[in-house]
Design a protein around this ligand. Structure first.
Ligand code: SAH
Ligand code: SF4
Ligand code: F3S
Length: 474
């Protein structure tokens, strides 16, 4: 079948064929694969939102797709390399589709690899039709149209974050009862290991009214829990002109305002930076009941020497004091962190400081990584790069400690009754699945009509990653 139906024919069909058939004729298959952080998950959802009105409906596998988008992550070398191996697979599918006479498959690379290595992607992978950076997704329909007309203007890596958010549609189509909402993008902190300031650009905060409108749209569709996202979410300083004399709002103010929206039950935020934890945000953990008792506050390393080399802008003692204040405000808070082992210059003694810090603070969960050299970041040029086997050995020790803490924390919840946001019916040995305030997946038996609601569940079993319990009748 030919791809290019003439305009005349289109018009004839429009007059002769009922609308529902026309739209099925025009429906195009969209496959998006998402790598990296929650902000990419959010962006992928927004790409689906902008593409829906121009006829793209999502599918779960890339076979036969009309448009494939890889939404990529550049944070560590492994993450970035995944893109090229995936493109190899996509190329085969694209060829198969063309050979079967089923038309063209447009291939787009989005996200942080696109921003960082756009030109290189075009060179290394001719299968790619389009490269678009994280601030350009509102232009997707326009860019796709250009690709189908001519092979020009295929690289779009502008840095206009404001335009992105102004032009993305306010309406959201959530796919569950917990949703992500990006309120801040970019980073001005320039930690010496990190690519984010280069891939996402300077810090930008969305205005309060835009966030309120998006929250209301989500809540109206049944969303009960919203996680506010930003690379540095607690650096949020958003304009609130209509609400309070043009002042900029902090994250604490925004959270208190969103908490007044009826129907919204839970708020979370991630990722925050220790330097931006102000007093108001700390006290919000104590007095704002909708704010969940869970704080992801990355420490990265326990040695002051390494923290300084990383340009984190605080010492371990300052972090420890901050945690103590948060725990005064909210004694049952669970803490989470990111750690990097094997940063250049990290000695065995430095690494032991990280282990000591983990023992002293005590985490409910954490992410830990081997330092990955990122071209163009200051860390890449530092002396004292740590051998791979040393990094692996340190990571194993750290992860063993963190896994133990996570299991211990989960076990400490046995006997407690927790509110669970029921997300779906599961086919395990308990029929319902939901999330606890501390984010663990929780299994229990109950009526399927509870899906999308809060349920009180008494915790009876705990593993490293999940909880089990029984419904408590109110
Ligand atoms: N803005 C957040 C982190 C965003 S990146 C913060 O400041 O904490 C998510 C995590 O990836 C980081 O916390 C860090 O632990 C890890 N990471 C970033 N760059 C890395 C690198 N070059 N090698 C290994 N891990 C890295
Ligand atoms: Fe990266 Fe540091 Fe910015 Fe976090 S604060 S995104 S680690 S540069
Ligand atoms: Fe990765 Fe970009 Fe997020 S580098 S972690 S997708 S901001």
């Amino acid at each position: 079948m030919g791809q290019h139906i003439s305009e005349d024919l289109d018009q004839a069909i429009a007059q002769a064929v009922p609308e529902e058939i026309q739209s099925s004729k025009n429906t195009k298959k969209l496959f998006i694969k998402t790598y990296g952080c929650q902000m990419n998950v959010y962006d992928s959802e927004r790409m689906r939102d902008v593409l829906a009105p121009v006829g793209y409906a999502p599918i779960d596998t890339p076979e036969g797709a009309d448009l494939v988008v890889l939404n990529t992550c550049h944070i560590r070398e492994k993450a970035a390399e995944k893109v090229y191996s995936e493109l190899g697979r996509i190329k085969k599918l694209k060829n198969q589709k063309a050979e079967a006479g089923e038309g063209d498959m447009t291939v787009a690379v989005a996200g942080c690899v696109a921003q960082a290595e756009g030109e290189e992607i075009m060179r290394r992978a001719p299968v790619v039709d389009l490269v678009l950076g994280p601030q350009t997704y509102h232009k997707l329909p326009e860019m796709i149209a250009k690709v189908s007309r001519a092979r020009g203007e295929r690289l779009e890596t502008d840095f206009d974050t404001q335009e992105k958010f102004d032009l993305l549609p306010a309406a959201r189509k959530p796919n569950g009862f917990a949703a992500f909402l990006t309120i801040q993008e970019g980073c001005d902190k320039f930690c010496t290991f990190c690519v984010v300031p280069y891939t996402r650009g300077a810090e930008f905060s969305r205005p309060v009214d835009q966030i309120v409108a998006e929250t209301r749209s989500l809540v109206a569709q049944g969303v009960k829990e919203i996680t506010l996202l930003g690379q540095n979410v607690n650096a949020y300083r958003g304009a609130a002109p209509e609400i309070e004399g043009g002042d900029k709002w902090s994250l604490g103010q925004l959270i208190r305002h969103l908490a007044t929206i009826g129907g919204l039950e839970r708020l979370r935020f991630t990722t925050s930076h220790p330097r931006d934890m102000d007093e108001d945000l700390i006290t919000a953990h104590g007095d704002e009941t909708k704010l969940m008792p869970y704080l992801h506050l990355p420490l990265q390393a326990g040695s002051d020497r390494i923290l300084k080399a990383m340009n984190r802008g605080h010492t371990y003692a300052e972090y420890r004091d901050l945690i103590a204040r948060v725990r005064v405000a909210r004694p049952d808070i669970a803490l989470s962190s990111d750690f990097i082992v094997g940063f250049p210059g990290e000695s065995e003694i430095d690494f032991e400081r990280t282990m000591d810090a983990v023992r002293e603070i005590g985490y409910g969960s954490a992410f830990s990584f081997k330092y990955s050299v990122r071209p163009g970041t200051p860390g890449a040029a530092l002396p004292g790069q740590v051998p791979e086997d040393v990094k692996s050995e340190r990571l194993a020790r750290l992860q063993e400690l963190l896994a133990q803490q996570q299991t211990d924390f989960n076990k400490s919840l046995i006997g407690k009754t927790l509110p669970i946001l029921v997300e779906n019916v599961s086919n395990g040995n308990k029929n319902l699945f939901g999330r606890a305030p501390y984010l663990q997946g929780t299994h229990f038996d109950g009526d399927p009509s509870l899906v999308g609601k809060m349920a009180m569940v008494k915790i009876e079993t705990a593993g490293r990653n999940s909880l089990g319990g029984s419904l408590v009748e109110n």
